[in-house]
Design a protein around this ligand. Structure first.
Ligand code: G4P
Length: 531
């Protein structure tokens, strides 16, 4: 096997998703620790600093305690080269999470055992299900009092609409946490708190058949409960089926405590066992296999002004096939231009490492002079292929933006357009007007705060947002066939256009959508825009 194929095959690229505070950062840190990417002193002593450095780019994240941007981390473990894509921890940024999931081959979902699937993250977890990629669940904080294990699994099944298959099973929780039962090995792994260790403690493993030892280790009450639960579980839970896992219909579930270092390495090992190397991706010319095609990639995220010291714009790309070499020329398909990617780098929040090469499965950030859009394809100059686009979600909240100081028109237009190009918000204008009257649409209301904050801090423009009553927006699929002027809507309907000039309709309620469809035979409306 040549080096390129070997490098691609040892890559594993996953997104990590959780409700804020469920322990995503702690789990990530432990992964890095096992991979030797950070040293112990730096990790434990400077945890607050480490966390800050890893994902908090923006002040607003610090104020609200949620991350609204994502970062990428790479580490080595057991011969694998692992890429972790961090995602925002609030459902208002679920569109961003969806885009990040587009760049991943699987997802790790972290859930707090005392909370289950939380209201604010429902939508976030749902987009995970929508993407149809394997989802691996880590139920965290078993060292604290946890919900009933069956209830936790039920919750995931109901919220995500996918079956669960426990890989291991917790024995008690909180002060009574004794360890986990490994279903495959049929043994109990006893709990040890090794918060300060660089590896998981050497746990005692007792076969479940060895009842005497088991009772001695975990006590009679816990042993009786466990034996009862195992019986129930073997009868009730979905059969493990790797094909179902890979299709995203069954999620393997592990239990543990990231903080005390228990169950993390077990999870990582199971995870690596079940995941695949970078998967093929669909392009207009057919399926592109990572090891059988020269370099190709697509842009899944654009982020401006990540770091005030570098007022720049970075386009994040997922390499889908082949090897990337910083010296080579590539084709930007949508821009129909051959170019060299400028300053290719691996981005770890504030830290940036200039890359000379990267392989399928890796994520690279390149300096973007304003030419890339989300969903764009990059490939070899001789090739012409286009990866499937990334859908734009229909916003659900709308507001009219008013500038407080009208003298700052230029900064305002620049700022709002750039933020919209990043996909953080969507902007619309009246059909016949320019940027003097802008309507902003967002999927979650927190995005309004981000817009306001960023315009003030990055562009020095103050704005006032006036909420509008619209709740639905629809793209006109057959815009060539429809005479917009003659379109008869309801009195509360509004015609607008997006940044690309596509016509859209805004509605106050779903009744108006139905009414408009009734009144205009042949009109086709959609909830997604694919360009
Ligand atoms: P997030 O990235 O998902 O938002 O969560 P994060 O890892 O920051 O964890 C949130 C809080 O939960 C942290 O406490 C962290 O120490 C704690 N935590 C994470 N995993 C576990 C676990 O397995 N058991 C217990 N008991 N706690 C856990 P904090 O007080 O907010 O921060 P810190 O002062 O400890 O840094």
């Amino acid at each position: 096997m040549n080096k390129e194929v070997q490098e691609i095959n040892r890559r594993r690229t996953f997104a990590i998703i959780s409700h804020p505070d469920a322990g995503k950062t702690t789990l990530t840190e432990k992964f890095l620790l096992y991979g030797g990417a950070i040293n112990l002193a730096g990790s434990v002593k400077g945890k607050a600093t480490a966390r800050h450095a890893v994902s908090d780019w923006m002040e607003i994240e610090k104020e609200r305690g949620i991350s609204v941007t994502s970062s990428v981390l790479q580490f080595e473990y057991d011969g694998y080269c692992i890429n972790i894509l961090d995602t925002p921890g609030h459902q208002d940024f679920s569109e961003d999470t969806y885009r990040t999931l587009m760049a991943a081959d699987s997802a790790v979902m972290v859930i707090d055992a005392s909370k289950g699937v939380e209201a604010q993250t429902r939508k976030l977890f749902k987009v995970c299900g929508m993407r149809g990629i394997p989802i691996f669940t880590f139920i965290n904080k078993l060292d604290r009092d946890a919900n009933d294990t069956f209830d936790l699994l039920d919750d995931i099944e109901k919220e995500l609409g996918i079956a669960t298959c426990p890989v291991n099973w917790p024995i008690g929780s909180g002060k009574e946490f004794k360890g986990v039962y490994d279903r495959e090995k049929q043994c109990v792994i006893s709990y040890s708190d090794t918060e300060k260790g660089t590896k998981e403690g050497v746990a005692t493993e007792i076969p479940i058949q060895d009842e005497e030892h088991l009772r001695g280790l975990i006590g009679d009450a816990a042993a009786d409960k466990l034996l009862g639960e195992i019986e129930l579980l073997d009868g009730a839970s979905a059969e493990f089926d790797i094909e179902e896992v890979r299709a995203g219909r069954l999620t393997p579930v592990c239990f543990g405590s990231a903080l005390t270092n228990f169950g993390v390495e077990i999870f990582l090992k199971h995870f690596l066992n079940m995941t695949t190397p970078p998967l093929p991706r669909m392009a207009d010319i057919g399926l592109i296999k990572p090891t059988e095609h020269e370099f190709s990639a697509f842009v899944f995220k654009i982020q401006a002004n990540m770091n005030k010291a570098h007022r720049d714009r970075i386009a994040f790309m997922r390499i889908c096939s082949g090897k990337f070499d910083a010296q080579m020329e590539v084709r930007h398909v949508q821009g129909n231009k051959v170019m060299r990617l400028s300053q290719p780098q691996q981005i770890m929040a504030d830290e940036r490492k200039i890359l000379s090469e990267a392989y399928a499965g890796d994520i690279i950030g390149v300096f973007d002079p304003g030419v890339f859009s989300i969903g764009d394809t990059i490939c070899m100059p001789k090739d012409k292929l286009t990866y499937e686009g990334i859908p734009t979600f229909a916003p659900e909240h709308f507001a009219r933006v008013r500038q407080i100081d009208t003298m700052k028109r230029k900064q305002f237009v620049k700022g709002i357009e750039q933020i919209a190009q990043e996909g953080a918000i969507q902007i619309f204008t009246e059909m016949t007007a320019g940027m003097e009257e802008v309507i902003v649409g967002v999927v979650g209301v927190l995005q309004f705060d981000v817009l306001k904050y960023r315009l003030e801090n990055e562009y020095n423009v103050e704005i006032r947002l006036e909420n509008l009553p619209y709740e639905h927006i629809r793209w006109i699929e057959n815009k060539e066939e429809v005479n917009l002027e003659k379109l008869i809507g309801t009195s509360d309907m509004k015609k607008v256009k997006d940044m690309k000039g596509n016509p859209l309709l805004l509605f106050v309620n779903s009744w108006s959508i139905g009414m408009t469809l009734d009144r205009n035979k042949g009109l086709v409306l959609t909830e997604f825009s694919r360009n």
